[in-house]
Design a protein around this ligand. Structure first.
Ligand code: C5P
Length: 295
């Protein structure tokens, strides 16, 4: 018997970052939107905890206990006083170290899959609690849709979305370390104001208005990501010239996100980005997408 869970990637349509807190994290106003690029996590009984991974970027995924999926299984097993005797297989389609919460998706997926496999019967609140311990973005991977994350991003308020948005994601050649991007943010922004969600952006989401969303997208980590990975400016320019409504770095990068008018525009912009030589590949995707769910 095995259980497979599908989990979406995310893009941050607003990422407002405050100053570093005493615990090293930053307070955020983080508007998450789940997008239809998915990892699948399968949990099957095994003699001991084992992680395997398949997909184009599988070689970059750690298979030891630093893998967030392994940590999720261990956390659930420990809380319920049982062994984490599970084989977790990750079918990886979300870019690795790309600022799209791929590792967080695997953690949320492993948690839900182990809960179902073991019949743990954990409540939604307990699952969200474990997610928040595992990482700032993990609760959102469980919930999906759209949400405003405050605190370090883990306290979620679900948001209504009035229509589908179409995107293209350009996958960069290489990765960026999230802590390094936050450190660069601190260096570039010594007097960051307290983060606040943009009412105009929340309204654009609520009404499903792509042009209004394009006018209000923002990412306070973008300058830091560009400072560490200057070639991303060429990717942003290529997507904009190809007709995207707006372009921004996704989360801490280096994936770049292009909001487009419709599915046809997504295909056109993706083709232009692939031909531009400024990224490794370009993937169309639609949002919002549902959160982690058993298949
Ligand atoms: O929570 P998570 O493990 O995903 O965070 C990874 C790193 O990103 C943290 O160690 C920290 O350096 C940075 N971070 C931050 N403020 C946040 C979220 C993440 O400084 N709100």
């Amino acid at each position: 018997m095995s259980v497979t869970v599908r989990v979406p990637a995310k893009v941050n349509v607003q990422l407002a970052v405050g100053p570093a807190r005493p615990d090293g994290f930053h307070d955020l106003a983080n508007v998450f939107l789940a997008v239809g690029l998915y990892d699948e996590v399968t949990a099957a009984p095994a003699d001991e905890l084992r992680v395997t991974c398949a997909g184009p970027d599988a070689a970059q995924v750690p298979l030891d206990r630093t893998n967030l999926a392994a940590r999720a299984a261990l956390a659930l097993a420990e809380r319920h006083g049982r062994p984490a005797d599970v084989h977790l297989h990750i079918a990886k389609d979300i870019p690795v170290a790309g600022g799209m919460a791929g590792g967080s998706a695997d953690a949320a997926g492993a948690l839900l899959a182990c809960d179902a496999l073991w019949g743990t019967g954990a409540s939604r609140a307990e699952l969200l609690d474990i997610c928040a311990e595992l990482g700032s973005d993990v609760p959102f991977s469980l919930v999906g849709g759209a949400a405003l994350g405050t605190g370090r991003g883990e306290r979620l308020q679900e948001l209504a979305v009035g229509g589908d948005f179409h995107w293209v994601f350009a996958v960069a050649d290489g990765g960026l370390s999230t802590p390094a991007v936050y450190r660069e943010f601190d260096r570039l922004t010594p007097d960051a104001p307290a983060p606040e969600a943009s009412p105009a952006l929340l309204e654009a989401l609520r009404t499903g208005d792509a042009a209004a969303l394009a006018a209000t997208l923002s990412n306070d980590l973008q300058a830091a990501a560009l400072s560490l990975f200057p070639a991303l400016a060429d990717t942003l320019k290529a997507g904009t010239e190809a007709g995207a409504l707006a372009a921004l770095v996704s989360g801490s990068g280096p994936t770049t996100a292009f909001l487009v008018k419709d599915a046809d525009a997504a295909e056109r912009v993706a083709a232009a980005l692939r031909a531009s030589g400024t990224c490794r590949t370009a993937r169309p995707a639609t949002s919002p997408a549902p959160g982690a769910g058993v298949l």
